[in-house]
Write a protein that binds this ligand. Sequence first.
Ligand code: UDX
Length: 430
Amino acid sequence: MHINVVGSGYIGTTIAAWFAEIGHDVTNVDIDESVVAAINDGRAPIHEPGLDELMAAHGGETLVGTTDYDEISGDVTFLALPTPSKGDGSIDLSAMEAAAESLGEAIAGDGEHVVVVKSTVVPGTTRERVAPIVAEAADMTVGEDLHVAMNPEFLREGYALEDFKNPDKIVVGSEDSVAFETLADVYDPLMAAAADETAYVETGLREAEMIKYANNAFLATKISLINEIGNICKEYGVDAYEVADAIALDHRISEQFLRSGLGWGGSCFPKDVAAIRAAARERGYEPELLDATVAVNDKQPERLLGLLDEHRDVAGERVAVLGLSFKPGTDDIRYTRAIPVIEGLQSRGAEVVAYDPVAVENMRAEFPDIAYADGAAAALEGAHAALVVTDWDEFAALDSEFDAMADPVVIDGRRVVERREGITYDGLTW
Ligand code: UDX
């Protein structure tokens, strides 16, 4: 098949590469010329394990990047545009709407077309906002020659290709049999190769849109719930990880997303929980539990800093921050817990020296005035305290490096560091 993907961001690039890998011809449209050039040179425009190989194999061959919507051909286009948060938490559809219009103009007069919204959008968006724009620009009629579907994506950063190749589920929402048939054809090679447990779910448009929010709201809430349990455990001197391991044995709970600590960040959970809360309020529903999910998450960095306060007054002192990315395996710092932690240290007058294996350059743009070390050992040297923010494996291997601290106070937000004689250890949950 020939598949068009509009957007070469995280999702767009990943799905375009995988569609090429499973044998489709792919046109990937993006407004950024440098991204398009990278694709055509066979280079991955984002960092993701395995993506370089797929790009090298297909970029400029069966996967072609372009800034020109008129190069769209064939009869199916995925829209993978960013839907960031506006100030009030609601989603900003401007990129999606602009792309819908350009797509409509490009496919006008070309015959039937299937448009698939891949981005995360609130219920009603595909039918009420995106489809009418494409239809008007293309002079087409939804349900007749313009077929519309919504196909949310559940892949995680750092595991994008693996998750896309072997998802728990593929969700396709539509009200149109042509759209359902086309997407079944698109995903047929993937379903044939995927694990037996991979489910293929056909549902309504609004249901598909809501499934993505429900998925992320549930997982974010699960983490906030285990963080609340962890906070209570801390008060009683109870080991929250032993508690989590045991409750995980109940199949209704499962062991995933039960690691208590500094909480969640990243490009999806904060934006999606904010969007569904804003959407609920717009309809007059107060999402009290999701409000609490966010409140617990916001509290965790303050709790970490509170533990530090119990051990030291860090005004004028050097404090090491270990880990800046929102989770290990990525240089993404969007909504990372490191931001409130560094701000808290600055407000206490500490001299911050930060280290992360890959995210330093991104953080430098956010905090140009703090010091950055080129290794954990260098960050710890002479520090009066260290705060562990991200659970990178290399922090678990730290040992004698703590001996070079001026005062070895380690406050662990992710339970990574081994407790041992000679360091004053405190952790968020134990
Ligand atoms: C998430 C969803 O998992 C994915 O399905 C969706 O499409 C996009 O959002 P991602 O943001 O890549 O993916 O990260 P994920 O691995 O899910 O972790 C999210 C956050 O939760 C991280 O900040 C992580 O540190 C935190 N987390 C995760 C915990 O604090 N405890 C846990 O037990 C698990």
